[in-house]
Design a protein around this ligand. Structure first.
Ligand code: SF4
Length: 217
């Protein structure tokens, strides 16, 4: 019962804060492809580095066929700001080749097919499903993993696959998008990894981390 109340409160808070930021689901395959490549670029780097690499890459090429025409040297140069650019360049070329040859240029729509692509793990697959294809799926990143654990919706030692399962069972499917996107923003702005801003947090009265912290004082 407690979890149900907290989930409802959380959904309300996230809707109030972030509904205005909801992005349109891409309307064509090229945009979905860009979502996939951008998500690969975003692995183990900061948002600003991802943005910078994606802008450099997509200002030159925007489709698998064109990416394959880039020399390896040129591709690496374009995506360098994202870090681990040698590995990422390899993944991007392989992914582009498979999408072109096996899927006729279209990004697959199932988690299994996506996860069979080189460099695509469960998080990247879920991001592409949700933000690329508009297929409801909760993608668990560092924020989506941390915030629900602090609040007490998910046990602390739960692994990310299980966090996804728990969140998808607690949250109505119609709200998966806003909760997913909202938790990421909320984790960046309020429930930050090192010094969470509990004093201004709208869910503090229902947060286990906050209750523990205030009990100790
Ligand atoms: Fe995070 Fe603190 Fe808010 Fe809890 S009260 S969700 S720990 S910011």
């Amino acid at each position: 019962m407690r979890k149900e109340i907290v989930v409802n409160q959380l959904i309300k808070i996230l809707k109030n804060r972030y509904e205005k930021d909801i992005r349109k689901i891409p309307s064509n395959n090229l945009e979905v492809f860009r979502t996939l490549i951008t998500t690969i670029l975003s692995q183990r780097t900061r948002d600003e580095n991802t943005r910078s690499a994606a802008n450099a890459l997509f200002s030159r090429v925007d489709a698998p066929k064109k990416i394959l025409k880039l020399t390896n040297r040129e591709l690496k140069r374009l995506i360098k700001p994202s870090g681990m650019f040698r590995q990422k360049a390899k993944k991007i070329k392989s992914v582009s080749r498979i999408i072109l040859e096996k899927y006729k240029g279209r990004v697959p729509k199932t988690r299994e097919e996506l996860m069979n692509l080189p460099g695509v793990g469960f998080k990247t697959a879920d991001v592409v499903l949700m933000y690329g294809h508009g297929i409801p799926s909760i993608a668990v990143d560092t924020h989506t993993n941390r915030v629900p654990k602090r609040i007490g919706l998910v046990e602390k030692k739960t692994n990310v696959e299980e966090v996804k399962r728990v969140l998808e069972s607690l949250i109505p499917k119609k709200d998966w998008y806003i909760v997913n996107m909202g938790l990421v923003q909320f984790g960046r702005e309020i429930c930050q990894p090192i010094r969470p801003k509990c004093e201004i947090c709208p869910i503090s009265m229902n947060c286990e981390y906050f209750m523990q912290k205030t009990k100790k004082k």
